[in-house]
Design a protein around this ligand. Structure first.
Ligand code: SF4
Length: 643
């Protein structure tokens, strides 16, 4: 049965809302298929506004892979802004996809990609607008399977009540496997209803279905155990790892937004994974091992993306792009290829060494030298040892000297506040470092207009990292430390004006901490916040700490646990963590030893990168049957044929 578009009802309302262009779809390279021609239909959601969600690579990749199959249809939906939500409620317009404006509730699967936990309330808005019951337990065969992926899905427990399923890791292959299971079940006439299709997914071993696991608690509030409650459901659900990235050169047809979005460039992911071993970094830990694309593969993706989109900026993305084994060759060859054209290349530089300046110089051949960003993360050498980010002050100064002497005028330094064992003194060191950077810049360039921006984020301990056991710093102390740092920088007449200072207050980090390391009891808090009006919690203009803390107190009353218990409490080795049954491949004992080394950095040795040193047995490769895939291949970019 065909499903009607809501657009005829929506269109007359668009002039009354802000940013109507975000809801009309029709982007270049978007896909619209006949509803009836598909056997399995996916609505893919990035739970943030269109302007943030559209550039998301993960959604674009899955959208294309699914739509390449003639029996699958995939459309996109985004979080609607609060004014649009009101209009939709008033006029009874359901959550819709932007491709064909079909109601999300009519699809077989609603797949959500969570890159941050602060998108959870937006999921509830979408479910509610779609007419899908918020709780998985209340849904029937008529409702889509609500499935989460993305980095936050490595601990989906705080939203377990609202999800039917979650998948960990790379989505390319598993979305097709899920589609197969759903198609088979539908072809058979939906035997056993919703429970059966979820059971089939759970038994496949690659999909986590929270309802098939019971969680019990100890009197002190900690988890006692997590146990499967159905035969055939695995005790642990493993992440997915895509090998041979060159065989998956997606997106091949990148979407070109009609409205302004946060990134106006075409991005090519040059490798996946990172093994540098920064202890705070969840992305690095859960995406192991490193898998590189070849130079040819990247070259083809860059040219194809430019041809298909008409964009003139290409970003070479990954967790630490300068670490690609052939980044030097890639930079030179791409810069040669596009020299004299309008195409500009960019590389998010995060590593602090002089090599990055050579790269940055190559990449800026065609453009302006605006600013360079480096991320020492910790202000003092001691703290950088704690987090296993072995950047010496000398490295940093040498690098910025090279940058300023090559004509760069602005350097941005990124740090975190609230790292384990941190003291006021460590944070004050950030200011001292910034002053040395300015001094060096003035010296080597002979100019006075040197600027350095210090950007600071609050540290949030994340699951599947060595810091998963750490106590999070309370937001009051975080803010106090940053106030002292700002005062010390600004009181220095010689440097104060040359140093820009950017930080957000510590409160959103505390809520992110609750949602990152929470268990199923936190679901009540998420729902209460949403019912109280919580929306777009990742946006400072919408986020309300008071709402979260008040609702957390109410929702958790009588449980013996509270906001502090989830955030500022250090965990012990023996505690069952809410995500222990979700397998990222990392060996728990390896993580624990690494955590102990962090607490005693003088007695430990640096964990090096297993790309260049022998394997140090983090556990991922044997557990996931994967291996590191890196160059150098010694190959060159294929020449482009001149038309
Ligand atoms: S198992 Fe060894 S080679 Fe694989 S990611 Fe871990 S340390 Fe590196």
């Amino acid at each position: 049965m065909s499903v009607e578009s809501v657009f005829p009802r929506l269109e007359p309302l668009l002039p009354s809302i802000s940013k109507p262009i975000q809801y009309v779809g029709g982007e270049l390279n978007s896909t619209v298929k006949e509803w009836d021609s598909a056997q399995v239909r996916w609505a893919l959601m990035y739970p943030d506004a269109y302007e943030v969600g559209l550039p998301n690579q993960g959604v674009q990749i899955l959208y294309e892979i699914l739509n390449e199959r003639d029996w699958i249809l995939a459309e996109r939906t985004y979080a609607v802004l609060p004014d649009m939500e009101q209009v939709m409620r008033t006029h009874a317009i359901p959550q819709f996809t932007v491709d064909s404006h079909r109601p999300v509730g009519a699809f077989d699967v609603l797949g959500l990609s969570f890159s941050t936990e602060l998108g959870y309330t937006n999921m509830l808005t979408a479910l509610d607008l779609a007419g899908v019951p918020l709780h998985s337990a209340d849904r029937t065969d008529e409702h889509p399977i609500v499935l989460a992926g993305g980095h936050s899905a490595f601990n989906p427990e705080p939203v377990a009540d609202f999800l039917d399923a979650a998948v960990l890791g790379d989505g390319e292959e598993i979305v097709l496997a899920i589609s197969d299971v759903v198609r088979e079940w539908k072809d058979e006439g939906r035997p056993g209803g919703r429970d059966e299709v979820l059971l089939r997914l759970a038994k496949s071993g690659g999909v986590y279905v929270p309802r098939f696991y019971d969680v019990t608690y100890l009197p002190d509030g900690r988890i006692e155990k997590v146990v499967p409650n159905r035969p055939g459901v695995p005790w642990k659900v493993a992440k997915h790892t895509l090998m041979d990235l060159d065989a998956w050169p997606y997106p091949k047809n990148p979407l070109v937004p009609l409205a302004e979005t946060v990134h106006e460039r075409f991005s090519v992911e040059i490798f996946r994974g990172c093994t540098r071993g920064c202890r705070f970094c969840q992305a690095g830990m859960i995406t192991r091992p490193v898998r590189e694309r070849s130079l040819q593969g990247i070259g083809e993706m860059v040219q194809n993306g430019l041809d298909k989109t008409g964009l003139d900026e290409v970003g070479l993305l990954s967790l630490s792009s300068a670490d690609h084994t052939e980044i030097g060759e890639l930079a030179t060859q791409l810069a040669d290829r596009y020299e004299g054209s309008n195409t500009s290349l960019s590389l998010p530089s995060t590593r602090v060494d002089a090599f990055n300046i050579t790269l940055a110089n190559e990449f800026s051949r065609n453009g302006r030298r605006s600013g360079l960003t480096f991320a020492p993360e910790g202000g003092s050498e001691r703290l950088r040892k704690v987090i296993n980010k072995m950047v010496t002050e000398e490295d940093l100064i040498r690098t910025v000297a090279a940058a300023y002497s090559h004509g760069w005028r602005q350097v941005k330094l990124y740090f975190m506040c609230g790292l384990p064992t941190e003291t006021d003194e460590d944070v004050l060191q950030i200011g001292e470092l910034a002053k040395k950077v300015i001094e060096t810049g003035r010296e080597v360039s002979g100019r006075k207009d040197i600027r350095c921006t210090v950007s600071i984020g609050g540290f949030v301990p994340k699951p599947h990292t060595p810091f998963q056991w750490a106590a999070q710093l309370d937001h009051e102390t975080t803010d106090e430390r940053l106030r002292k740092l700002r005062a010390s920088v600004q009181s220095d007449k010689k440097f104060g004006r040359a140093i820009g200072f950017r930080y957000h207050d510590g409160k959103p980090g505390t809520i992110e901490g609750l949602l990152s390391r929470g268990d199923r009891r936190v679901g009540k808090v998420v729902e209460a916040v949403w019912r109280d009006g919580g929306r777009f919690d990742g946006w400072s203009e919408h986020f309300s700490f008071d709402r979260w803390s008040e609702q957390a107190a109410l929702a958790l009353a009588g449980t013996g646990v509270d906001l502090d218990w989830y955030t500022t409490r250090e965990r012990e080795y023996g505690e069952v963590l809410p995500w222990d049954h979700l397998d990222s491949g990392l060996d728990r004992d390896w993580l624990w030893e690494d955590w102990q080394d962090a607490l005693d950095p003088d007695d430990s040795i640096e964990v090096e990168d297993c790309r260049w040193t022998p394997c140090y047995d983090c556990g991922v490769c044997p557990a996931m049957d994967t291996d590191i895939q890196i160059g150098p291949t010694g190959q060159k970019l294929l020449p482009l044929s001149v038309v």
